[in-house]
Write a protein that binds this ligand. Structure first.
Ligand SMILES: [Zn+2]
Length: 276
């Protein structure tokens, strides 16, 4: 599947060069939910007050087709404007253009980062937002903070034409998924793949190859997809975090319900490659 780029129509910037009277695109969040109208369009206006919206936080993101674009947060008790609703970002994947969906992911991550870095983590003073890069700077001690991205690896592991999938105890959903986990300090991506696989299912893998990546703003991950081959060992699970794991032939696999995730891309890759 070809992914659309966030930069198809969007140019990042940190300080607005636009006149204040041209209409802007607004990514407005209430408790991580995005304001969208019944036609799945963003608010597009030069005057937010028309929608009776007063943000408690506003961050300039750059331009979208030469119009300013902003991320904003409103108070939880904000009244939803008529013909709009606040929707969970994941639920909007199928309804937004992919580049807009990606930009919404950038917007919510930057809003959350801004909110969580109002004070310097080193000395506790109020921080200020830099105007030449996405950074919060402490005027007292000079400490700088940038939006945090947490890389995570997800791997399609194949043995004799079968794919390894595991059933996790968390999330409450009763389905098998690929082996995945966060990259830890000091390790390479390949080492993260090897460690996670050994921790979760007790086997060793080889021929680890990069597949593709996907921003995953829930809340601030970057998913890095890999393929790998079984090397050695027997499947062994802890039955607490991982309830079960087994090898699946292509015709035994049910695709994840949404096409939005890299997991779904990896599984589709496996089915296409190994189906006879
Ligand atoms: Zn400081």
């Amino acid at each position: 599947m070809k992914r659309e780029s966030i930069y198809k129509r969007y140019k990042p910037a940190f300080k607005s060069q636009c006149a204040s009277n041209i209409p802007s695109y607004w990514f407005i969040f209430n408790d991580s939910k995005l304001l969208i109208n019944t036609n799945y369009n963003l608010p597009f206006t030069d005057n937010l007050k028309e929608l009776s919206i007063i943000p408690i936080r506003t961050i300039y993101l750059g331009t979208l087709e030469d119009h300013p674009v902003y991320a904003a947060e409103v108070a939880e008790d904000t009244k939803t404007p008529e013909s709009f609703s606040f929707e969970d970002l994941r639920s909007l994947y199928e309804f937004l253009d992919e580049d807009i969906y990606l930009l919404a992911g950038r917007a919510i991550q930057i809003i959350n980062w801004d909110k969580n870095h109002e004070f310097c983590g080193k000395c506790g003073a109020f921080t200020v937002t830099a105007d030449h890069e996405m950074a919060k700077v402490c005027p007292e001690c000079g400490h700088m903070n940038f939006p945090r991205i947490s890389p995570a690896v997800i791997t399609a592991i194949v043995k004799n034409g079968k794919l390894l999938m595991a059933k996790h105890s968390y999330g409450g959903y009763n389905r098998y998924s690929l082996i995945a986990g966060f990259v830890e300090a000091g390790e390479t991506l390949e080492e993260a793949v090897m460690r996670e696989t050994e921790e979760e299912v007790g086997i060793k893998v080889k021929n680890i190859k990069y597949f593709s990546s996907q921003p995953w703003p829930y809340p601030h991950s970057l998913m890095l997809g890999f393929t790998a081959e079984y090397d050695s060992g027997e499947i062994k699970v802890d039955e607490k975090e991982i309830l079960d794991a087994k090898w699946f032939a292509p015709d035994e696999i049910e695709l994840p319900p949404s096409k939005m995730s890299i997991a779904s891309e990896l599984i589709t890759w496996f089915i296409e490659k190994y189906s006879e």
